[in-house]
Design a protein around this ligand. Structure first.
Ligand code: ADP
Length: 177
């Protein structure tokens, strides 16, 4: 395959992903240690379309990706219809959840809304390849890892902006139509 000339600049995934070096870190959810109110706070304080789910904040090991709208609907439904779901209920994205002491609030299992194999690339992947993958697979976002740890995210809009910068053109006219 021939490399397309317009993407021959050697920009890497790490140059396009968010967060930028000076930005606050990626907003992630931990798979089994956050309460309903913690996740609601994140939903209210950010506008991202989705959140990577990690084993723990310390490990930054990727577990999956959850869409904001699915989170909102699931939590709303659970609060209305599921017995014992309160602000302090712990959310589990894991397969198995631990037995809880009888006095603790019910847990909220959200594994069913988790995308368990979100697309990922390493931080060293040339943007040329990332653009190609976005096009061919019709991705909305792609996660970026380094040594197996989650580092950042690239959305379709990030890719469009990158292409526009490279080509100095209108972002809406290029990639997907
Ligand atoms: P879009 O890129 O279509 O506006 P988002 O609203 O999800 O989609 O993302 C806005 C910006 O924030 C993008 O530049 C994206 O890379 C970044 N971003 C997306 N999700 C997260 C997240 N969970 N934490 C930090 N930054 C994110």
């Amino acid at each position: 395959l021939e490399a397309k000339e317009e993407f021959s600049h050697k920009t890497l995934a790490m140059d396009v992903m968010r967060p930028r070096r000076s930005d606050p870190s990626l907003t992630v959810l931990a798979q089994d240690s956050m309460a309903v109110e913690d996740v609601e706070a994140i939903i209210n304080e950010t506008t991202y379309s989705g959140y990577p789910v990690v084993v723990s904040r310390e490990s930054q090991r990727l577990v999956g990706f959850v869409l904001r709208r699915d989170l909102i609907i699931s939590i709303e439904n659970a609060r209305k219809k599921q017995d014992g779901i309160v602000s302090s209920s712990v959310i589990y994205f894991t397969d198995h959840s631990p037995p809880l002491p009888p006095s603790s609030p019910s847990m909220l299992k959200l594994r069913s809304i988790l995308d368990l194999s979100p697309f990922t690339v390493t931080d060293q992947t040339p943007m040329e390849i990332v653009v190609d993958i976005f096009r061919k697979l019709g991705l909305r976002q792609c996660l970026v890892t380094h040594n197996g740890k989650l580092l950042g995210i690239i959305t379709k809009k990030d890719v469009l902006k990158h292409i526009a910068q490279m080509a100095n053109q209108d972002p809406d006219s290029i990639l997907f139509n």
